[in-house]
Design a protein around this ligand. Structure first.
Ligand SMILES: [Zn+2]
Length: 466
């Protein structure tokens, strides 16, 4: 890709370019420099550590950060940016602002734990940031409602549309002014799906000059949601027969609530017996509370359920584990469902539950989300016969099953459908947030659909918006 001399409006891709984690894009319009997302890179420690510690942009040169949503691969490097001198506002939706506190404090805690753990083994490691850096970051956050255009500077206005991905997630509309030129850039963030439980459907992507689109599942279709319920019912029923338990690694925000809601639906419909569901993550409990505090963002179905007196997230049979003692007690639990973070098995309490289930043939690990290359979740998904975690090697004797259909990301057909009305109208499309295969596949489909300029930028590529 060509470097442009000094474009009045430009984009530079600083992360999640030909990858899925570490979402970071720099938008320049006139004198305004804004970072879209400031996510953590996840994956093999050595690489992630280096890329998260040395951010590719100087925080002191930025006017603002605009966040698409609160998943850690989109917001988790913010406190590092602040530690490096960023002092501008951080714009996001109100619900994202609520979730951000939870996500960043948790991230600081995980890093402190990791650093302690590594120091014990003789490595000299400082956490990327600490709780104070998080508090400083949170003071910069400005939450605004969906669909309220907001001036970031005189050269940039931002508006958030519902992305239907997780609570608060947004399609970000950026109206840029540079001299007399006005251009609209739209960033899909993580594009959600129609008919996801609880959440509203993604809004229509508005007309724009440049589109930055995700492509996580750019090369595959998800099963229908009705089939997912069937599949979940089948898996759980089978496990009940096998006399084992099901451990579900799931992100505290989004997938955990979806799973709880699905299991509740199946139990209410008599498709599953009443079985205990343990959500072992203080963070999930908090995230669920935040979700419960934003009923105005629910879809019609969930609002109707609430009106009928059913709580989709807090019902009999679901237990949100409060403390470490309770969490440890779950080690002896031999049946039921245990849901714990993190979703890709990179850290968190799920590791302890895996330690007690991996060697038991009657147990099952159920993977319900995207598993990035290099993560423990991916190794399990790919059928590893032994895995290394918590400083020990474990043989994998349990069943490992996956339900990709649980994804909160659009599949290739949905992604294409979400953008097809822009064919011939949007002059540049940048495909990001996908590993190279899916990203190229999605780019190819966009070209075939009639988009003229479609590229899959590499990290550090800079492009002008003419
Ligand atoms: Zn996301």
């Amino acid at each position: 890709m060509r470097m442009s001399a000094d474009p009045a409006i430009s984009l530079q891709f600083l992360g999640a370019a030909q990858h899925v984690t570490g979402s970071r894009h720099l938008l320049t319009t006139g004198d305004t420099r804004v970072l879209l997302d400031c996510g953590l890179v996840q994956g093999p420690r050595r690489i992630a550590e280096q890329q998260n510690r040395n951010l590719p942009v100087d925080g002191r040169t930025l006017d603002a950060v605009v966040l698409s949503h609160a998943h850690i691969d989109h917001c988790g490097a913010l406190p590092r940016l602040v530690k490096d001198g960023f002092r501008g506002p951080i714009w996001c939706t109100e619900a994202t602002a609520d979730l951000l506190r939870l996500m960043l404090l948790d991230s600081a805690q995980i890093q402190a734990q990791d650093a302690r753990h590594l120091r014990k083994r003789g490595h000299d490691v400082e956490p990327l940031y600490d709780v104070e850096d998080v508090e400083r970051t949170l003071r910069l956050v400005r939450g605004v409602p969906y669909r309220r255009p907001t001036a970031v500077t005189s050269e940039l206005r931002v508006e958030f549309l519902d992305a239907g991905h997780i609570l608060g997630a947004a399609i970000v509309v950026l109206d840029c002014t540079a001299g007399r030129r006005e251009r609209r850039v739209v960033f899909t963030g993580d594009h959600g799906r129609k008919n996801l439980p609880i959440l509203r459907d993604p809004e229509r992507i508005p007309e724009c000059d440049a589109l930055i689109t995700e492509s996580t599942y750019g090369d595959r279709d998800h099963p229908l949601q009705a089939d997912m319920l069937e599949q979940l019912a089948a898996i759980v029923t089978e496990e009940l027969h096998d006399g084992g338990r099901i451990v579900v690694p799931a992100f505290a925000v989004g997938r955990t609530q979806t799973l709880v809601l699905f299991l509740g639906q199946l139990m209410r419909a008599g498709r599953l017996p009443q079985l205990p569901i343990h959500v072992d993550s203080p963070m999930s409990r908090e995230a669920t509370k935040i979700m419960a505090a934003h009923p105005q963002l629910y879809d019609d179905e969930t609002q109707a359920l609430l009106r009928a007196g059913h709580d989709p997230l807090f019902f009999q049979g679901v237990h949100y584990v409060a403390d470490v003692a309770e969490s440890k007690a779950l080690n002896h639990l031999r049946s039921g469902v245990v849901i714990a973070a993190s979703g890709m098995c990179e850290s968190g309490r799920v590791l302890h539950h895996l330690a007690h289930s991996l060697e038991r043939p009657q147990d099952c690990v159920l993977l319900v989300g995207y598993q990035a290359t290099g993560t423990l979740g991916r190794r399990l998904l790919e059928g590893a016969t032994e895995v290394h975690m918590l400083g020990t090697t474990y043989p994998v004797r349990c069943k490992v099953r996956s339900m990709v259909g649980m994804s909160a990301h659009a599949d290739r057909g949905e992604l294409l459908a979400a953008t097809s009305h822009l064919t011939g109208r949007c002059s540049q499309v940048f495909v990001v947030h996908g590993e190279i295969g899916p990203a190229n596949a999605h780019a190819e489909r966009l070209r075939a659909a009639g988009f003229r300029s479609v590229s899959v930028p590499a990290k550090f590529d800079q492009v002008a918006i003419p």
